[in-house]
Design a binder for this molecule. Sequence first.
Ligand code: BES
Ligand code: MN
Ligand code: ZN
Length: 500
Amino acid sequence: MKFSLSHSVSNHPDLTIVPVAKNESSDQVYSAISAITQIPYDLIKADFNAELKEVHALYFTEDGKIKRILLLGLGKNPGVNEVSNAFRSFVFKRKSNFNGTLGISFIYKNAPSDPSGWVESAVTGFLLGKYDIGLYKTEKNGEEKPYDEIEKIDIFATKENGGDVRTAMQKGQSLAETQLEIFDLVNAPSNKKNPQTLANWALQSGEKYGYVVKVFNKTEIESLGLHALLAVNQGSENPPTFIVMEYKPSGKSVKKVGLVGKGVTFDTGGLSIKPSTNMHYMKSDMGGAAAVMGTMEMAAKLKLPIHLIGVVPATDNSVDGKSVKPGDVIGSYDGKSIEVIDTDAEGRLILADGLAYVAQQFKPEILIDLATLTGSCIRTLGTYAGGLFTNNDDLASQLLEAGQQAGERLWQLPIWDDYKREIKSDVADVKNFSGIPSAGAITAAKFLEVFIQDHPAWAHLDIAGVAVSDSEFSSHKSATAFGVKLLIGYLENLIQAEKL
Ligand code: BES
Ligand code: MN
Ligand code: ZN
């Protein structure tokens, strides 16, 4: 699908979508639309309230042809999420095919004077609306995918609005294409997705967009000494992979940033087995890995002047005679010994190796990990924000800001040293769980901190509550690609700050 930009409408497409925010200037849209359609202003205003996702169809004749304008409500003060979701919902709900000409118009004064943010989100939302979660359905129930036959969508935005609308349009599309791939990865069931699947995805993406991907297999993982990853993998049929991605810009680089993502392709809990309710969601316990992989791909696509390293330790966490047992003491890449109190606290074990490896081998200026790490974080923040844990105040404010901008909110929790005693082990250097069900998200972060090699600018994002979520787009929780837009926004802000 192609998007093309026009600065004025001479002849309307068969269908024009007009997003409308609910504010003082909504009326100006209605008068403009009234002038085009000859439908009285009062009637338009009586039937449409610009509530979020409200749709109102208007018909008119132009050059002897019947045409449609669909007003799409955005609600009050729409942010990127509202714009994107309004479009996603709109496309998602259309079940009948459409093969006329299609446009989206931002030329009315109700859009921001720089409409590029709206345009980017609208394009992203539109494309995400076409997402088909029913990959394994043998019959499609006669449900047609709308807009599939459309090759081109016209975006109308006036010139004097400034802003780089064309770039926004391309970025919105590029982001959606990567997010759609991330949806597929995160939603895939564990019998269709193992550590090698993640590795293959990275290899293909690297090949396609020009960044280097090295996948270490089990034997190589053994010689590297990634003992914590190996311990989690002990009970698995599938060997682990350790995926190292590196994107270097061709010109100068503003910063070197290291990313680590938790790649647990299924988390049964191991011998500390999980209850069966909701265990199926543990197919998505690689949301952190997916966010890192998506960010690598986007950074390479956008050719950001950032030296980016992405590392994904990947394994499943399974039950077997060979599984690691509660009380076992294991090693780690860093050299520290770990007492495994609970085999279900496996994410922090593989991240320990990933973090220590990136810190040692690449010495990035900024170190960020993402993981669906704790149920505790979900109990704390619900599904409305990811948890942010960091030892650096600048990094904290930059990530909070980027999250706000991206509509992928974070909320900071403390990592005071008081919590350290919770992971003090009698027999080893550290234990992976306190045994006490309190402040679980914080103690998990404190555990990770042990392995960052004293890095001065590290952040941990616990995305357990946000990597998958309830929505109108599926009956169960499904992937959100949380983290990609946030991290890309964060990197772009770093670049912007360097330019000033
Ligand atoms: N993958 C889970 C965390 C999780 C739970 C993610 C629910 C998404 C939804 C993680 O590996 C885990 O099991 N954490 C335990 C840690 C505990 C045993 C210390 C938890 O949070 O209960
Ligand atoms: Mn677990
Ligand atoms: Zn897990």
